[in-house]
Design a protein. Structure first.
Length: 230
C-alpha cells in the first residue's frame, strides 16, 4: 500500500476538479438514470461472483498449503491484469464492446460451472479459478468503461453511484456463498454464482444499446457518412 501511495504521489498527473460541487446524495440521484442503473445491476451480479471466488474458493483448495493457495490467486491476479490492460482493449477494437463483454461473461460462467461440478477436486478448482481471472479481466475493463461514459452525469458522480451498487454485490457474496454451502453444498454455491452471471448476460442483451462506446458511435457515423459520399 505504501508503494501504491508513493506511485500516486509521484507519477499520477494532477486531476482537474469537477466543474461543480456534487451534492451529498448526488450518487443516489444518479441511479435514477436508466443507463447507469442497468449497468450497475449487471456489475452487482458480476461482483457477487467476483467476491464469491475470492471469499469461498479458498475453502475448496483442501490439501494445498498456504503458499500454494497464494500461487493460485497469484496466477488468477496475473491473468486478470493481463486481460484488463492488454487483451480487453485489443479485443474490443477487433469486435466491439458488447461482443467482448459477452465473451468475458460467457466464459466466466463456464468457469463457475466447472468449479461447481468439481468443487470436491482441489486441483480442478485451482485451474478454474486461475482461468476465470482472465475473463474477469475482460469484464472489469469493459463494465467500467461503459459506466463512466455517461453524457448526462458528471464522471465523479457516475463513479460513486456505480461503485456503490456494484460493491453491494461484493458485500453480500461471502455471506450468501457460505450460507448456500452450509445448507446444501459447495457445488451449489458456484451453481448459484453461475445463475447470477446468466442473469447478468440477459440484462446485457436486454440493454445492449448501452454498450456502445463514444468511439464506436463515431466510427459508425464515419461509416455512414462514407457510404453516403459513395
Amino acid at each position: 500500500m505504501f508503494v501504491a501511495a508513493m506511485t500516486i504521489v509521484f507519477l499520477l498527473e494532477p486531476i482537474a476538479k469537477p466543474v461543480k460541487k456534487a451534492r451529498f446524495f448526488a450518487g443516489a440521484d444518479a441511479l435514477k438514470n436508466h443507463r447507469l442503473r442497468s449497468i450497475g445491476i449487471i456489475a452487482l451480479l458480476y461482483n457477487f461472483d467476483f467476491f464469491t471466488i475470492l471469499a469461498y474458493a479458498p475453502f475448496l483448495l483442501v490439501g494445498l498449503t498456504e503458499m500454494q493457495v497464494g500461487f493460485v490467486f497469484f496466477g488468477w491476479g496475473i491473468l486478470l491484469a493481463i486481460a484488463s490492460v492488454f487483451v480487453a482493449p485489443r479485443l474490443e477494437q477487433k469486435t466491439n464492446t458488447l461482443t467482448t463483454l459477452l465473451i468475458g461473461l460467457g466464459f466466466f460462467l463456464v468457469c463457475l460451472v466447472v468449479i461447481g461440478i468439481n468443487a470436491d477436486q482441489p486441483v480442478l478448482v485451482a485451474f478454474g479459478v486461475i482461468i476465470a481471472g482472465f475473463f474477469q479481466g475482460l469484464v472489469n475493463t469493459l463494465l467500467t468503461t461503459v459506466a463512466m461514459e455517461n453524457k448526462t452525469i458528471e464522471r465523479n458522480v457516475a463513479s460513486s453511484a456505480y461503485s456503490f451498487i456494484r460493491f453491494t454485490g461484493g458485500a453480500i457474496a461471502p455471506f450468501v456463498a457460505g450460507k448456500i454451502a452450509e445448507k446444501w453444498s459447495a457445488h451449489w454455491t458456484f451453481y448459484f454464482a453461475g445463475l447470477m452471471i446468466l442473469i447478468g448476460i440477459l440484462f446485457v442483451l436486454r440493454n445492449q444499446q448501452y454498450f456502445i462506446t463514444a468511439e464506436e458511435e463515431e466510427k459508425e457515423i464515419e461509416m455512414i457518412d462514407g457510404k453516403e459520399l459513395l
